[in-house]
Design a protein around this ligand. Structure first.
Ligand code: ZN
Length: 250
């Protein structure tokens, strides 16, 4: 069975700015989904902020193995209950790939438990990404280093909890460095943050970037779905015989 991917796009810059429209005529989310749909075993669809419940209804999430998230201008417009719903799905096993300015999304900050702050500069400078974990599934087929001719700079310190695994580090022409590909496990789910993707550069048309995202989808697919809860286990259902001492305050 194919990995079912939902590509979430904020779709604000894509509508308002001619430069972004010129690079991504059908929106950044469509570019990302079209690339994923060329990969055997992946079936991607798109939803956007403007859709009913931001396109993230319970039914859509039931049919989603991996969610990708790109947002920037409208993080505050994402409903808190829907951000909580998405984060809960990750804890239950859904994969999540957070792209570029999604670092400040409600979903990512909630799952990281941190501010996810960083340095930034828009100078259209060169970014060189180094593959620092060549054995990782997300790095397969990715060269030891690759370059994007023009990108926004993100610099350290990046306000994230220590990653479980670091896959890529970026160097920028201005001298800064950044942890640009990092993974975490949250509950039963896997999270990958991937830095490149400023809206005014053709980053999602880059073949290596497309390959990283496709690899990340394959890596992040659920290994299980686990329904959390707080069930009571009464003494007479304990695995070993128990004598109850004292009373309950409930
Ligand atoms: Zn940006």
């Amino acid at each position: 069975m194919s990995i079912r991917v939902t590509v979430w796009g904020e779709n604000v810059h894509d509508q308002r700015h001619q430069l972004v429209k010129d690079i991504y005529p059908r929106g950044m989310h469509s570019c990302i989904a079209e690339a994923l749909n060329t990969v055997p075993g992946i079936k991607a669809r798109t939803v956007t902020l403007q859709d009913h419940e931001h396109g993230l209804t319970e039914q859509v999430l039931d049919e989603t193995d991996v969610l990708t998230w790109w947002g920037h201008a409208a993080h505050g417009e994402v409903r808190d209950d829907i951000a909580a719903r998405v984060a809960d799905r990750v804890l239950k096993g859904m994969g999540l790939i957070v792209l570029h300015s999604g670092h400040h999304s409600k979903v990512f900050k909630r799952l990281m438990g941190h501010n996810c702050d960083l340095l930034w500069r828009e100078a259209g400078e060169k970014e060189r990404l180094w593959t620092v974990n060549p054995g990782h599934p997300i790095a397969q087929g990715i060269p030891a280093h690759f370059e994007l001719a023009h990108e926004e700079m993100y610099g350290e310190p990046f306000g994230i909890p220590e990653p479980d695994e670091l896959v890529f580090i970026s160097w920028f022409q201005g001298g800064e460095v950044f942890r640009s590909g990092a993974t975490w496990r949250r509950g039963a789910g896997k999270v990958f943050y991937f830095r490149p993707g400023h809206e005014t550069y053709p980053t999602y048309h880059d073949a290596t970037v497309k390959k990283v995202i496709a690899n990340a989808v394959a890596w992040a697919k659920p290994e299980c779905r686990f329904g959390w809860g707080c069930p009571n286990v009464p003494a007479d259902k304990a695995l070993e015989p128990l004598t109850v001492h004292g009373g309950s305050v409930h």
